[in-house]
Design a protein around this ligand. Structure first.
Ligand code: IDP
Length: 224
């Protein structure tokens, strides 16, 4: 998966958010779907109790048959999750390319990240799949969010498993999803020019509209 190859890649690209709850990963993911018609699968839609990681990876692999790019929408905040996803998808998709979409979590910035993510989740909580603010108290929600932040392992691109990422895109959990969306598209375009060869790049208005669409999305599956 060298630099030269990436320039010509047109398929089997998996976008792997690395995030905690409330960063905006589903919003950015759905905006990408709206703009480019890519595939998207949310971990919360795995209804099975057993073997969830395997089912998640298998669904991503299956979607790659009909979508050039698929967004693997779960937090992937720990190395073992990233390793599992990369291993299981690569078993059936031999030329899979993984792109990390990392919401950077510097420890010194944790209080600011807490403020931003809590604000998003608690104010629009009924739109969030994992956390239904209507059915859980805010203390309980905050505790779940803290768990993800505590366990968060940043991308370490020099070592396994993160050295398997073809590209790491760093974005900011503090800014609007609109801004992060633009960064993600620009970095993808630079790294995979051929992927975008036969289409017009979205205008500012297109990006605005895609974010508006994504923000109005209501999950159809509620997990209690
Ligand atoms: P997550 O998938 O990382 O947990 P999302 O579900 O995308 O995060 O976003 C959490 C909540 O914040 C949702 O209700 C979403 O509509 C909202 N949100 C996402 N991006 C923005 C933004 O840029 N401004 C304000 N609210 C946002």
């Amino acid at each position: 998966n060298g630099e030269v190859d990436a320039k010509h890649a047109t398929r089997n690209i998996i976008i792997v958010p690395v995030a905690t709850i409330g960063c905006g990963k589903t919003t950015v993911g759905l905006a990408l779907v709206k703009l480019f018609g890519w595939g998207h699968f949310q971990n919360d839609n795995v209804t099975a109790k057993k073997g969830r990681p395997q089912i998640f990876a298998d669904t991503i692999s299956a979607l790659l048959a009909t979508n050039p790019v698929v967004i693997a929408d779960r937090n992937n905040h720990q190395k073992r999750e990233r390793e599992q996803l990369m291993n299981d998808v690569s078993r059936t998709v031999y030329d899979a390319r993984f792109v990390a979409m990392q919401y950077v979590h510097d420890r010194f910035n944790y209080d600011n990240i807490r403020q931003a993510t809590r604000e998003r989740v608690l104010s629009r909580g009924d739109n969030h799949q994992t956390i239904q603010a209507g059915s859980k108290g805010s203390d309980e929600i905050i505790e779940i969010m803290e768990g993800f932040m505590y366990r968060f392992q940043p991308i370490d691109a020099q070592h396994s498993p993160d050295d398997n990422f073809d590209l790491v895109i760093d974005i900011d959990p503090l800014v609007d999803s609109r801004e992060n969306l633009e960064v993600v598209i620009e970095k993808l375009h630079n790294h995979y020019p051929t992927l975008f060869e036969n289409q017009e790049m979205p205008t500012d208005e297109d990006l605005d509209a895609a974010i508006e669409f994504a923000m109005n999305y209501k999950p159809d599956l509620k997990i209690d």
